[in-house]
Design a protein around this ligand. Structure first.
Ligand code: FES
Ligand code: FES
Length: 180
C-alpha cells in the first residue's frame, strides 16, 4: 500500500471513530478524570487508563463476575458497562475494600478459609460478598450462595468461599455488638 493510501485510510478511521469525551468519577475515594471513547467499557478504562488491574477480565460477556465493581453501591459487571455511564459515580474496586492499610475482616477470612486460590475470581467474589453483607449482615448459606451466584470459581469448589463469607459476617456482627 502506498504512503498516500495509508495516510488516507488513517484519516478515514479518525473521521469514523467518535471523538473522545471527558469522564469524571471517584474510584476508591480518589477523583479521576479521563478521556474515553463513548462506547469504551468501564473495565478497559479502569485497567488501561487508570492501571487498576484489580478488576479482572475473565469472559468479557457478563458471565463470570471477575470484572465486578461497586458502582454507586450497586454490583455491576464492568465488562458490560459503557464507561460514560460512570460519569459522576462512586466506584469501588477490590483495592477499595481494605481497612486502611490493613486487610479487611472479609479479605482476611478469604485467606484463612482458603477462599482465594488462583485469584482470578477473588475480586468479584469479595465485592459480591461485601455487597451482600452490606444488605444482609448475617446471611444464611442459601443467601450467601444466592449473593455470590454471578461469580464463577474454577479452583475452590465454592465451599471455602461460602465459609469465608459466613466467618466474616459473624466477626463483623460481633464487632458491631461490642462497638469494637
Ligand atoms: Fe465481566 Fe466475565 S469479565 S463478567
Ligand atoms: Fe481460582 Fe476462584 S480461586 S477461580
Amino acid at each position: 500500500m502506498s504512503d498516500f493510501s495509508e495516510h488516507a485510510d488513517a484519516e478515514q478511521r479518525d473521521v469514523e471513530r467518535p471523538a473522545k469525551c471527558e469522564l469524571s468519577f471517584t474510584v476508591n475515594g480518589t477523583s479521576r478524570t479521563v478521556l474515553v471513547h463513548p462506547m469504551e467499557r468501564l473495565l478497559d478504562v479502569l485497567r488501561h487508563e487508570l492501571q487498576l488491574t484489580d478488576a479482572k477480565e475473565g469472559c468479557g460477556e457478563g458471565e463470570c463476575g471477575s470484572c465486578s465493581v461497586l458502582l454507586d453501591k450497586q454490583l455491576v459487571n464492568s465488562c458490560l458497562v459503557p464507561a460514560l455511564q460512570a460519569e459522576g459515580a462512586n466506584i469501588i474496586t477490590i483495592a477499595g475494600l481494605t481497612d486502611g492499610a490493613q486487610l479487611s475482616t472479609l479479605q482476611k477470612a478469604f485467606l484463612e478459609c482458603g477462599g482465594a486460590q488462583c485469584g482470578i475470581c477473588t475480586p468479584g467474589m469479595l465485592l459480591s460478598a461485601r455487597h451482600l453483607l452490606d444488605r444482609t449482615p448475617l446471611p444464611t448459606l442459601d443467601e450467601i450462595r444466592e449473593g455470590l451466584a454471578g461469580n464463577l470459581c474454577r479452583c475452590t469448589g465454592y465451599m471455602q468461599i461460602f465459609e469465608a463469607v459466613s466467618r466474616a459476617a459473624k466477626e463483623e456482627n460481633a464487632r458491631r455488638r461490642t462497638g469494637a
